[in-house]
Design a protein around this ligand. Structure first.
Ligand SMILES: [Mg+2]
Length: 192
């Protein structure tokens, strides 16, 4: 089963690469954590805008874990990039909390991978798709959406979260497991 997953992933990446990602100016398509992505590298590659996923990319969907150094990374990124959160989350109060805490506009529910919200984000940023990178943890929402609108994409590992039933079956094909050797930060709601 693991081997089938591996080869499906390889074929998927190859197809994406052939069809659209060959235009990606970025030298990487994956990173363990948001904070592992070099802002200098993004800027050097012509990226001026970042579409960020929220759930399991910045914070786990149960609000238990925060991606280490993510808030500092976002704060630094604001000096050189436009940032927008695109989330399929439906809990309005929670999304508003994180949007306020991170001081980034959020579009929700984004219904990713459908391109409408991605295009809305591009319009708000007044940037072309080749100037924008989508950063998220899910192939079927973030990556496919980025592909549909022609943006680059970097997939990060999913923060640990309670798994839905479908994730137990096919999660391994669309998510990357959070590395065991990386630390996890617990969410400090009080500081928000
Ligand atoms: Mg996500």
């Amino acid at each position: 089963m693991a081997k089938i997953g591996f080869w499906l992933e390889v074929i998927g990446w190859k197809l994406c690469h052939l069809v659209r990602f060959s235009r990606s100016p970025l030298p990487l398509s994956r990173a363990d954590l948001l904070a592992d992505i070099s802002l200098k590298m993004l800027h050097h590659c012509g990226i001026r805008g970042v579409i960020l996923d929220l759930d399991n990319t910045i914070v786990s969907e149960d609000d238990r874990y925060l991606s280490p150094e993510a808030e500092a990374w976002i704060e630094t990124a604001k000096a050189s990039f436009q940032l927008i959160i695109l989330t399929n989350g439906k809990r309005e109060a929670r999304i508003e909390f994180w949007s306020n805490r991170l001081e980034i506009d959020a579009i929700h529910p984004a219904r990713k991978p459908f391109p409408k919200a991605f295009r809305q984000a591009l319009n708000r940023m007044q940037l072309k798709p080749h100037q924008v990178v989508v950063i998220g943890d899910s192939v079927h929402t973030d990556q496919v959406g980025a592909w549909l609108v022609g943006c680059s994409m970097i997939q990060v590992a999913s923060l640990p979260h309670p798994k839905r039933s479908w994730e137990r079956v096919i999660g391994r094909f669309v998510h990357r497991r959070y590395p065991r050797d990386r630390e996890l930060w617990t969410v400090d709601i009080e500081s928000g």
